[in-house]
Ligand binder design. Structure first.
Ligand SMILES: Nc1nc2c(ncn2[C@@H]2O[C@H](COP(=O)(O)OP(=O)(O)OP(=O)(O)O)[C@@H](O)[C@H]2O)c(=O)[nH]1
Ligand SMILES: [Mg+2]
Length: 194
């Protein structure tokens, strides 16, 4: 699959603001600063589709993008950002729950984890949550440019093990910086949409 057309649709904090349910959606979830927005820009061949920031907590809303006129990519706000207030993280939880549990046209959630680190307790929680809703199975290990080839394989195995991922789960190392891994991910996304 190639992405030729991308159009920002809207930002939402509650259900009434979502676009209609007529098109399939693939969402991207992961801790704050893991590289969700950067990955979306890599996939869409753009520098500015999704806002990237070096300070965590940049994406605070659910952002919908129309892809090739046929499906949507959804940029979810990151979790695990320590410097948000309790009420902000409660808002985050409600917002995520509302989207992930009640979106019939949501086909898959690509879960992003940083290839350099063992997944956090929140990553594990997110994985379990996605599995519960039948949305797990496609994992991206971000910032692959930051580790050696040898570390890469070791860390991919550690990520699988820590998340307690299914044998059949697919984990794809990606670098937004070096622009690697996007084709493999797009192939998997195409399968999800078929
Ligand atoms: N070296 C390297 N840096 C990356 C890569 N992907 C993202 N980054 C950097 O990581 C930081 C966070 O990237 P974002 O894409 O904004 O992360 P996010 O997950 O959208 O963060 P929130 O919106 O805060 O949840 C930025 O400084 C990016 O430049 C990558 O593949 N390699
Ligand atoms: Mg972001």
């Amino acid at each position: 699959m190639k992405i030729n057309r991308v159009e920002f649709l809207c930002s939402a904090v509650k259900k009434s603001q979502y676009p209609d349910e007529s098109l399939p959606e693939i969402a991207f979830a992961g801790r704050s600063n893991v590289g969700k927005s950067s990955l979306i820009n890599l996939l869409t061949n753009s520098r500015s589709t999704a806002k990237v920031s070096s300070s965590p907590g940049k994406t605070r809303t659910i952002n919908f993008f129309l892809i090739n006129g046929g499906f949507r990519i959804v940029d979810l706000p990151g979790y695990g950002y320590a410097r948000v207030s309790r009420s902000t993280s409660e808002d985050w939880g409600r917002m995520m729950e509302e989207y992930l549990s009640g979106r019939p046209n949501l086909k898959k959630v690509v879960q992003l984890v940083d290839i350099r680190h063992e997944p956090s307790a929140q990553d594990v929680q997110m994985y379990d949550y996605l599995r519960y809703y039948g949305l797990s199975g496609l994992i991206v290990a971000t910032k692959a440019d930051k580790v050696s080839r040898n570390e890469l394989n070791k860390n991919v195995a550690l990520i699988k093990r820590t998340l307690n991922a299914d044998e059949s789960d697919i984990i794809i190392p990606v670098s937004a910086l070096k622009k690697t891994g996007a084709d493999r991910l797009l192939d998997q996304m195409e399968k999800v949409l078929r």
